[in-house]
Design a protein around this ligand. Sequence first.
Ligand SMILES: Nc1ncnc2c1ncn2[C@@H]1O[C@H](COP(=O)(O)OP(=O)(O)OP(=O)(O)O)[C@@H](O)[C@H]1O
Length: 218
Amino acid sequence: MLLRARDVSKTYSIADQTLQVLRGVDLDLAASETLALTGESGSGKSTLLHLVGGLDVPDAGSIEIEGTDIAGRSDAERAHLRRTDIGVVFQQFNLIPSLTVADNIAFQARLAGSADKEWIAYLGQTLGLEDQLSKYPEQLSGGQQQRVAIGRTLAVRPKLVLADEPTGNLDEASAQTVMDLFLKLVGETRAGLLLVTHSKSLASRLDRNVHLSVGVVS
Ligand SMILES: Nc1ncnc2c1ncn2[C@@H]1O[C@H](COP(=O)(O)OP(=O)(O)OP(=O)(O)O)[C@@H](O)[C@H]1O
């Protein structure tokens, strides 16, 4: 199993208040499987994605990537995992403003020491960015910026891709184009995909759907 989460709990504490967001979540994702995670606003979808991505740690429970619990790893090990095996695409594009499009796409792969020039060129071409490669992020539209972010994430060929409303900041037409490209390329990498979305029609395009409500997944 690519991802196996068991009995995951997460509580946030602010001042003297506590909010239990996740109350024993179980979640499995097989290699190359695509899974949509839906749920009301505030139900904890982003929280769960952050935990799976090793950006935060659960209070209890286990999150295994290929059989190894990420909570048991050191910060450095989790950072390494995020660079090489887990790719994340957020609603905000999070590009590096001082780098060109070409350098943004290659950035993570270079950090991971795994920059495959042919694959990166193919990504730029397939994502329709060939004429934008020497431009800077601020010179691009939102849809183009998200395509760069997708290219950067997939350049390392992660085994697991986590996406949090990746087209949430785009207009409908642009969202459709970007999502089509994203799903096509994720399919080509044979990565497992965990996608947070509010869209039922988008969720129906994936292999499986789960719903997060009152802190548990069903
Ligand atoms: N770092 C944090 N500190 C305190 N509370 C937080 C933190 N992050 C999230 N929360 C709270 O946890 C709850 C779940 O938030 P989360 O962002 O995971 O929900 P979500 O399902 O992704 O929502 P949305 O669909 O609106 O993005 C919310 O009530 C939120 O305010």
